[in-house]
Design a protein around this ligand. Sequence first.
Ligand code: TXA
Ligand code: MG
Length: 361
Amino acid sequence: MTHSQAESRIATLRLTSTSRAAELIVAGKLVAFPTETVYGLGVDARSSEAVQRLFRAKGRPGDNPLIVHLDSLDRWRAAARELTESAIKFLEAFSPGPLTVVLPKHPSIASEVTAGLDSVGIRIPSHPEARELLAHAGIPVAAPSANRSGRPSCTTWQAIIEDMDGHIDAVLLGKACDIGVESTVVDCCGEQPIVLRPGGVTLQQLRTVVPQTLSLDEHLQRRQLGQASQLPDAGAEHPLPSPGLRHPHYKPRARILLVEEADIEKVVQPENRDDLRDYNPPGKRVAFVGLRSHHWRASEQECLQRFYHFQLFEGVDQYAAGFYEFLRECDRKLVDLIFVQRSPLDGVGEALSERQHRASS
Ligand code: TXA
Ligand code: MG
């Protein structure tokens, strides 16, 4: 995936000052910054021109809306017309943090931000530097994940340089992101909240606050059965309620094959020649990523020999935090095929397994 020839390259500044980063965003520039989930690419959410530049820099389809970031809940009026009851409950319980609530959009937010929808996603990140930047800026900041569209999200600033150097104005240098998968997006416009994208806050956690919260599958099933709930902007024009679901996501250049835990032995230690051909195609670079387990017969030493690139994580949280970077490392090593152990569904695994599924399809 290359940037269009028409876009000339610019010098991408490496910044360490949050106030400098904020000044640049206020001046209409594109500035990447760390959050607790993944790095974001920030821009003044009120400026159509700046937002259009951001879509071009990312190569993002114009029909996929951006999330607006604020430094505190007090500022919600800068982005939304109304704070619904469910949104208040969610934000009070889980914000600042990895949660995005979709609300009726305020007219001052550029229509490009929301891809023409009448709703807007709002998030208050908990990352200290992100909050400092947002407080200095004092404006609503639209920020998608800072990757080239379709690629795995960036959890380190070095990954942003890989994707975006010469195409954005600056990167605020920070540490690797803690959570590693994006925020939970929950539509709070209607009576019943709907989780459009699983993320750092789980469905179960959301239901402790608003028990009638629906997963996207539940919502779609109901819609099929004709019990359609009230998604304001979706429905007729949108086959799926979150426009982002229509586009390819999180993809490295290699092919990804998901492996259930029960099948890992076959992949790690093929027993016969046919297996070998399937799991270790001649002349191909094969990688494996998964969770450390005591049940394997193969030793880690054997795995290191067998796979061109290989990594095991201690638990689901670590797996989520390192997954995108593993995919990117496979790209750097020109890996052809990646076996990905499907994440268990507990905690952030709910979101990780959804990303794995989408990266593989
Ligand atoms: O953790 C995150 O959410 C990160 C950090 C940077 O905050 N941001 C992020 O943005 O993941 P992005 O652009 O990669 O994903 C935004 C998602 C997309 O799936 C988009 O369709 C959905 O949020 N979204 C945004 N506004 C929406 C709206 N008004 N209605 C429905 N879905 C919306
Ligand atoms: Mg993204």
